[in-house]
Design a protein around this ligand. Structure first.
Ligand code: G16
Length: 558
């Protein structure tokens, strides 16, 4: 690293000093905090992204968003060359950079890391970063800091892609690194053409209820609603109405959005008894999460929630159906059996895990965070991962996709239009529709819609796949959430000592009781999850466990 490069870095970092007395941490999906303290983090992650680009000889993405958090927060997610989250191997470096107290320390850290990682500064490759942001008002100024950070690496190029959903940016990074076109219209085109393909392959006998031709979507007053407004105009075979688009003065994620709907299990703002019986969906603030719901027909504000676990189950049933058509016919040398696996977290409703196992599927648990689920799902030919909060996707291995392509080519000449070929074509279309980089509410929504039409299922029929065990989630404010340390995919607390034993004693009081606690990686709280055989018992178990957390760690205001 030459003198000019070093002085560039020093100059830039002097422009954005870090906030005093704050420890910033990479967290579950990148940095997240009150937007007012994030300028220095944006600059420093701009530098990190450019270094990552040099190291990997690939395009890297920086998305300025705080997703489901309140509108005054902001944050960023970093997209690695494959479009997934930043390699976990670089997370400690990102923490060190974000917390370096002054420009000299920052420079020293960078110089040491460049040496350790052998990052080339020989000018042979130009660092290239795609920048996106959600609709938060703070996004624009944070974007400037991020741009400054990227530009402090000599020669680095930054492309401002404008306001996007998080999954759009991840998709673009992946597409660019695979040598494909990667504009927003390319993204829309891929979604729409693969959706059309699935719709064209719907069996004639499938028929939806009359009432089901309409889908109403809660856009969380964020970017997802905006983008869906564009997509819906290009769709045929599906009527979408978007509420909470943010244009009518509604506030991002306030009483709206997938996080609110899934956690509170009540109707989002703008929805009411006039929507009873209609299929509804909710996106989160950056449109990487999707849940469905239907409004109860009585005038209460209750909903029937169809969460990420049920979306996963719907996808699993459909994929399994296509595989059994294909594999039922594959004989001799062609008899390749796809390795299909399902990945969930401890938040998965116990009834969903039982259902999936009952389908004969391999189910594994990882800690919360798509970075863990994605990595695990990538180990299968087809890996379906979903968090109960609606964040998930379906991954297809390159190996399996090439087998499918070959099968399709073979069938085109010997049995064009056969059920067998249709099954292969459906799986190929799913692999193009569903985002291969990260969970994507827009592509997930189109896939759900295509599958419901394929099955001829209403939302109520879908919801009946299994009956959720009653559950409750709570947040507890504590002095220092990092003192909670967990193990076994976050199902066991190992510190502070005695907390797990106390939780176990509470669980033992309930039939089908299950509960766990974990520190959030996106909000300054400890999360509590409980399920039991009735809603009253799930609430009571969650409350007792929240009190325990408060007693062991709290500030007395759970
Ligand atoms: C992010 C992650 C998700 C995670 C969620 C909540 O979602 O991408 O994997 O489930 O945070 O994490 P925590 O419980 O640690 O706060 P999003 O949609 O907010 O980016």
């Amino acid at each position: 690293m030459d003198v000019m490069q070093r002085s560039n870095l020093l100059e830039s970092s002097c422009l954005f000093p870090p906030p005093l007395g704050v420890k910033l941490s990479y967290g579950t999906a990148g940095f997240r905090a009150d937007a007012s303290i994030l300028q220095s983090t944006m600059l420093r992650m701009g530098i990190l992204a450019a270094l990552r680009s040099l190291k990997t000889h690939s395009v890297i993405g920086l998305m300025i968003t705080a997703s489901h958090n309140k509108v005054s927060d902001n944050g960023l997610k970093i997209a690695d060359p494959c479009g997934g989250m930043l390699s976990q191997h670089w997370e400690p470096f990102s923490d060190e950079l974000a917390n370096a107290p002054d420009p000299q320390t920052l420079l020293l850290l960078i110089v040491e890391f460049v040496k350790k990682e052998n990052i080339p500064f020989d000018g042979a490759f130009t660092a290239e970063i795609l920048l996106g942001r959600d609709t938060r008002p703070s996004g624009e100024s944070l974007l400037k800091a991020a741009k400054q950070g990227v530009s402090s690496i000599v020669g680095a190029v930054v492309h401002d892609m404008g306001i996007l959903t998080t999954p759009q940016l991840h998709w673009m990074v992946r597409a660019r690194n695979k040598g494909f076109k990667a504009t927003e219209s390319d993204y829309f085109e891929q979604l729409l053409s693969s959706f059309r393909c699935l719709m064209d392959l719907i069996p004639n006998e499938s028929k939806m209820d009359e009432i089901e031709d309409r889908l109403i979507v809660d856009g969380a007053n964020g970017v997802g609603g905006e983008k869906l407004e564009i997509i819906k105009k290009m769709l045929s075979g599906l009527v979408i109405e978007v509420l909470n688009t943010g244009k009518d003065g509604g506030i991002l994620n306030e009483g709206v959005g997938a996080d609110f709907v899934q956690k509170e299990k009540v109707v989002p703002h703008g929805f009411g008894s006039n929507h009873a019986g209609i299929r509804c969906a909710s996106l989160d603030g950056d449109a990487d999460r999707l849940v469905y719901f239907s409004v109860a027909s009585n005038s209460s504000n209750k909903i029937d929630l169809v969460d990420g676990d049920k979306i996963l189950s719907l996808f699993a049933v459909f994929i399994k159906e296509q595989l059994s058509i294909l594999e039922g016919d594959m004989k001799g040398n062609n008899n390749y059996k796809a390795r299909l696996g399902v990945v969930q977290t401890a938040y998965a409703n116990g009834a969903s895990t039982d259902y999936l196992k009952h389908l004969g599927l391999e189910v594994v648990l990882t800690p919360t965070g798509v970075k863990y689920l994605h990595a695990r799902a990538a180990q299968y030919d087809i890996g379906i991962y979903f968090e109960a909060n609606g964040h998930g996707t379906i991954l297809f291995s390159e190996h399996y996709l090439s087998l499918l392509e070959a099968k399709n080519t073979e069938l085109s000449s010997i049995s064009q239009g056969s059920e067998l070929q249709k099954a292969a074509l459906r799986l190929l279309a799913v692999s193009k529709l569903i985002n291969q980089a990260v969970g994507d509410a827009l592509s997930g929504l189109l896939l759900v819609e295509a599958i419901l039409q394929h099955m001829g299922w209403s939302i109520h029929r879908w919801n009946e796949l299994y009956q959720d065990l009653p559950s409750r989630q709570l947040k507890v404010k504590v002095v220092d959430r990092t003192t909670v340390v967990t193990a076994n995919a976050e199902t066991v607390v190992v510190s502070p000592p005695g907390l797990q034993e106390a939780i176990n004693a509470e669980i033992a009081k309930y039939i089908k009781g299950r509960s766990f606690v974990r520190p959030s990686g996106t909000e300054d709280v400890v999360r509590v999850y409980a399920e039991a055989s009735t809603q009253e018992e799930a609430d009571s178990l969650a409350n007792s466990v929240a009190e325990l957390v408060d007693r062991f760690l709290g500030v007395g205001n759970s």
